[in-house]
Ligand binder design. Structure first.
Ligand code: GTP
Ligand code: MG
Length: 264
């Protein structure tokens, strides 16, 4: 696993199932990345909810699952789904792990102008996507599905996790850009304009790609849409001590950059 921050838009070769991305129409296109690690039990239900939701928007889109060699049936399910719908794709990475790196890998392998990411375990309700899309079309650079604004809630959290999560968020407030304070900078469910992140490098191992985008991207406006963060549908959590350690490392790096006056 690479320990170094990666540029967001290096071109990589991809181990891919499904159709290649194409640029044929001038209207905006969304690429929604779904990083997976042993999530086969969630995939069909997830796709059954995401596809009609995006279809209802009438937009051009790609759904890209970036799987880190789960070997749990993900390949078979995705090959089947990709055969039915060329907008559905699977990219498989081998010998490498990390949610943020998986999201970047998906983004590098699409030509979409709007980039998104969501979890595969249905803690992020796909039915929120139209609201996120509309807010982005309304002019925001980044739109965040937020667990920490009015009307949002966190059924998937116990009291301890709620406290740790809140503490982790408070530590980011001085890092965020003045005038664009996002209450849930750790959300794993968001859309961002490609043009806002083309020059930044991000830590590939962790879960907190949004925080890096908010601190280091060319972001001038952010909108938060409240949602209920539910319990995961099936399978086991991938959150771990290593993920927490990656977060502390990321915070230290962002603070170092801030104190040295270098935001990129
Ligand atoms: N490709 C890839 N995906 C990952 C990796 N780690 C986590 N994911 C995916 O990232 C998403 C978030 O991981 P979760 O395990 O749900 O983390 P969490 O939501 O903080 O934890 P729970 O609330 O317990 O579900 C899921 O879709 C995972 O399958 C990884 O190393 N590689
Ligand atoms: Mg989860």
């Amino acid at each position: 696993m690479s320990a170094n921050p990666l540029p967001v838009f290096d071109v990589l070769s991809a181990n891919e199932v499904g159709g290649p991305s194409q640029s044929t129409c001038p209207s905006e296109k969304l690429a929604l990345i779904i990083p997976t690690l042993r999530e086969a039990a969630n995939l069909r239900l997830l796709m059954d909810r995401v596809r009609p939701t995006l279809d209802s928007l009438g937009i051009r889109y790609e759904l890209i699952v970036v799987d880190d060699d789960s070997r749990d049936g993900t390949d078979e399910i995705m090959t089947d789904l990709a055969r039915q719908d060329s907008r559905v794709r699977l990219l498989t990475r081998t010998g490498i792990r990390g949610l943020s790196g998986a999201a970047m890998h998906g983004w590098r392998n699409t030509d979409a102008s709007v980039l998104g990411v969501m979890d595969s375990d249905l803690q992020h309700p796909p039915e929120l996507l139209p609201q996120l899309w509309q807010a982005l079309q309304g002019g925001a650079d980044v739109v965040v599905a937020s667990r920490y604004v009015q009307q949002a809630s966190r059924r998937g959290f116990n009291l301890f996790r709620h406290f740790i999560s809140q503490l982790a968020i408070w530590m980011t407030w001085p890092l965020q850009r003045p005038g664009i304070l996002v209450h849930d900078p750790m959300s794993g469910f968001f859309l961002v304009r490609r043009s806002c992140i083309k020059d930044i490098t991000v830590q590939p191992q962790g879960f907190k790609i949004l925080l890096e985008i908010l601190v280091r991207g060319d972001i001038h406006s952010a909108v938060e849409i409240p949602f209920t963060f539910d319990r995961r549908h099936a399978g086991l959590s991938k959150a771990s001590v290593a993920v927490a350690a990656a977060y502390m490392k990321l915070l230290a790096r962002l603070w170092r950059l801030r104190l040295s006056g270098n935001s990129r």
